[in-house]
Design a binder for this molecule. Structure first.
Ligand code: CP
Length: 325
C-alpha cells in the first residue's frame, strides 16, 4: 500500500475528556496530550495531517454556563459557544502537538484555525434537534429541563442527553486558509465541532451570519477531507473496529468493506444514530464523493490508539474503500 499524501483525522469530543467523562481543564488537557501523541505519530509517517475534533461535551457545558449566568452577564448564542470550544480545544491541541512533535524530533509545528462551515438556513435539522451535547442526566432531571423548553433524549445506559439543531455541512468556508497553513508545513487543527455554522447574509455582499446549531463533526470531516483532496480520512473512536450485530451472539467486527457492503449494513439499521451512525455515514460520503478520478481514497474507523498504524498499513481498523482492493 502506498503511504497517503494527505490525511484528515477526526477525533470525538469525548476523546478530549477524562475516562469518566470529566471535562475539568486538567482532564481535558491530559486527554488532549494523549491524543496529540497519536496524531504526532501519524505526522511522523510523512503524511500532511489536518486534524478536526468534536466538541459535544464542551459546547453543552458552555450552554449550561450561559443559561445559569444569564441574569448576571448577557448570554451568547450557540454559534459563539462553538467558536469558543474551537479556541480552547484548538490552543490546547496546538500546545500538546508542538510538544509531541518536538519529542519525535519533528521540525513541524501546529496551528489552530477558527473555522466556519456553511449550512442551509432551510435545513430540516433546525426544526428537529438531533445533536447530543453536554452531560448525561437521569431521566427525572432531564424531564425538569424538558419542562423548561429544552430538548433531551434517552441515550441508553448513561442516561439522557440534551439535543440541539444540527444542519448538514455544505462547505468549509476556510479551506483556502487551511491549505495555505498545511502547505507551509503546519499540522492544522480546524473545523472543530463541525465548524461554526454560518448562512449567507440577507443581501448581496453582506457578511455571513452565525446560526445556533452544532454540526456533526464526522460529517464535516468527510466534507473537509474531500475539499482538501485528502487520500485518507481517519475517524478515531474508542473501539478498534465497527461491529455488526453489536450486543448479540452474532456480533462481529468489520475489517475491510466496500462502500456497497457498508451502505447495506447502514440501511439495515446496524449503526446507532448519534454514535457509530454518523461515523459510518461520513466514511461512506468521503469514499463515494472522492471517486472523481482519484484512485484509492479510503476511510478508516478505528481506536485513537491505532491511528498511526491505520495510516501506514491496510489491515488496521475498519477500512472502507470504493471497491475491493
Ligand atoms: N460536534 C460534534 O460532532 O462533536 P462530538 O463529536 O464531540 O459529538
Amino acid at each position: 500500500m502506498a503511504l497517503p499524501r494527505r490525511v484528515v483525522i477526526a477525533l470525538g469530543g469525548n476523546a478530549m475528556t477524562g475516562p469518566d467523562g470529566s471535562a475539568t481543564p486538567r482532564a481535558q488537557r491530559d486527554a488532549i496530550a494523549a491524543a496529540a501523541r497519536h496524531v504526532a505519530a501519524v505526522v511522523a509517517t510523512g503524511a500532511e495531517v489536518v486534524l478536526t475534533h468534536g466538541n459535544g461535551p464542551q459546547v453543552g457545558n458552555l450552554l449550561v454556563k450561559n443559561e445559569l449566568a444569564a441574569h448576571v452577564v448577557p448570554p451568547v448564542p450557540l454559534d459563539w459557544n462553538v467558536a469558543q470550544t474551537q479556541a480552547t480545544i484548538g490552543f490546547t491541541f496546538a500546545d500538546e502537538l508542538d510538544a509531541a512533535l518536538a519529542a519525535l524530533g519533528s521540525p513541524q509545528r501546529a496551528a489552530a484555525l477558527v473555522t466556519r462551515t456553511l449550512v442551509d438556513p432551510a435545513d430540516p435539522g433546525f426544526a428537529t434537534p438531533s445533536k447530543p451535547v453536554g452531560r448525561h442526566l437521569p431521566r427525572e432531571e432531564a424531564q425538569r429541563l424538558i419542562d423548561l423548553g429544552q430538548n433531551w433524549e434517552d441515550r441508553g445506559e448513561r442516561g439522557w442527553r440534551r439535543v440541539v439543531a444540527s444542519p448538514e455541512p455544505l462547505s468549509v468556508i476556510d479551506v483556502p486558509a487551511i491549505e495555505a497553513l498545511s502547505g507551509a508545513g503546519f499540522v492544522v487543527v480546524c473545523a472543530g465541532g463541525g465548524g461554526v455554522p454560518v448562512v449567507p447574509g440577507p443581501g448581496d455582499g453582506d457578511a455571513l451570519l452565525g446560526v445556533e446549531a452544532v454540526i456533526d463533526k464526522d460529517l464535516t470531516a468527510a466534507l473537509l477531507a474531500r475539499e482538501l483532496r485528502a487520500d485518507t480520512l481517519v475517524i478515531a473512536t474508542d473501539v478498534p473496529h465497527v461491529m455488526v450485530d453489536f450486543g448479540s451472539p452474532s456480533a462481529r467486527p468489520l475489517t475491510r468493506v466496500t462502500v456497497a457492503e457498508m451502505r447495506a449494513h447502514a440501511d439495515a439499521g446496524q449503526f446507532a444514530r448519534g454514535s457509530m451512525g454518523p461515523k459510518v455515514e461520513a466514511a461512506l460520503r468521503f469514499v463515494t464523493d472522492s471517486g472523481d478520478g482519484r484512485q484509492g481514497a479510503r476511510a478508516v474507523i478505528t481506536a485513537l490508539t491505532h491511528i498511526s498504524d491505520a495510516v501506514a498499513r491496510d489491515d488496521v481498523g475498519t477500512v472502507i474503500t470504493a471497491q475491493e482492493e
